[in-house]
Ligand binder design. Structure first.
Ligand code: PMM
Length: 289
């Protein structure tokens, strides 16, 4: 099998990152892939469906979630990373801990996805600099136990942009190369639904920073509210995949580097449509050039 170059500088079309949550309590799929072997089996399924990358995480970031002890996070993540890397997947590890990121890289992960953008663990910037791997810097204002307290902005897009640029400056000062960096507005993290829609509406202002963007809308609460029926009850997470795929198409049409999704096939079709629409013809698929 030819391994595609999925690094940000080899960008061809928007990549689809499939989510493998090895957690008992994620909001979107909590517990489904938590049993031994289930995370690996789910990752293999997403890979077979055409996911470009798999994002393996062992700590839920749902609002209000308590932190998971490091030993438990390692226990959850490492066997799944090793098995899926062995199966040929390009893996990102979704962690805020440098120790977990390092162990996952040693076990075959290729990217680090840090929802705190290197803020939660002072050792993370140094690790990213040392390992020179792609590093996802998400906009973050604090741990999940009280993130809505900090959902206060003058202008959410301007503020998120400024805070992401400050992270870029701090990380590059710590020796991380700008070529490694992928930025993410952190939809739902210290953001209300209204904030999320503003960020998507003005995604080009974030793109103007000049670094690749990763967008994570998948199954999030604001989509549940958008699709609510007349009585106002949000549709449940598993019924938000069509809306997620629509956001994947739009994010791709606005030049996003990657979309992070739970259900791969519809978003993969969406980003391929967007690529063909934008180019006026289907570009070669990653790995098939
Ligand atoms: N969202 C979640 C977890 N990790 N990582 C990035 N980079 N961006 C996101 O938007 C993001 C993330 C929360 O969703 P989940 O609990 O369903 O994985």
């Amino acid at each position: 099998m030819q391994v595609a170059d999925l690094s940000p500088h080899a960008f061809r079309r928007t990549l689809v990152m499939g989510v493998v949550n090895v957690t008992p309590d994620s909001f979107s799929d909590g517990g489904e892939w938590y049993e031994p072997g289930a995370g690996e089996a789910h990752g293999r399924e997403l890979l077979a469906q055409g996911a470009d990358l798999l994002d393996v995480g062992g700590e839920s970031t749902r609002p209000g979630a308590p932190r998971v002890p490091e030993a438990e996070e390692l226990r959850r993540v490492l066997p799944v990373v090793s098995a899926l890397a062995e199966a040929g997947a390009v893996i990102s590890v979704d962690t805020m801990r440098a120790t977990v990121a390092e162990a996952a890289l040693d076990a075959g992960a290729a990217f680090v996805n840090d929802v705190s953008g290197g803020l939660a663990d002072p050792d993370m910037p140094g690790l990213a600099a040392e390992r020179q791997v792609p590093f996802v810097v998400m906009h973050w204002r604090g741990h999940s136990d009280d993130m809505y307290a900090s959902a206060v902005y003058d202008d959410v897009v301007t503020d998120v942009r400024r805070e992401l640029e400050a992270r870029v400056e701090a990380l590059t000062a710590a020796g991380v190369s700008p070529e490694q960096l992928i930025l993410d507005p952190g939809l739902g993290f210290a953001k209300t639904g209204a904030h999320n829609w503003q960020l998507l509406n003005r995604i080009d202002e974030l793109g103007a920073i000049g670094l690749p963007l990763l967008i994570g809308t998948s199954r999030k609460r604001f989509l549940g509210h958008l699709l609510a029926g007349a009585d106002g009850t949000p549709v449940p997470p598993a019924e938000r995949d069509d809306a997620t795929a629509a956001t994947s198409a739009l994010a791709a049409a606005h030049g996003a580097f990657c979309v992070r999704v739970h259900q791969v096939p519809a978003s993969l079709a969406a980003v391929r449509v967007a690529a063909a629409w934008t180019a006026g013809g289907a570009p070669p698929e990653p790995g098939h050039e």
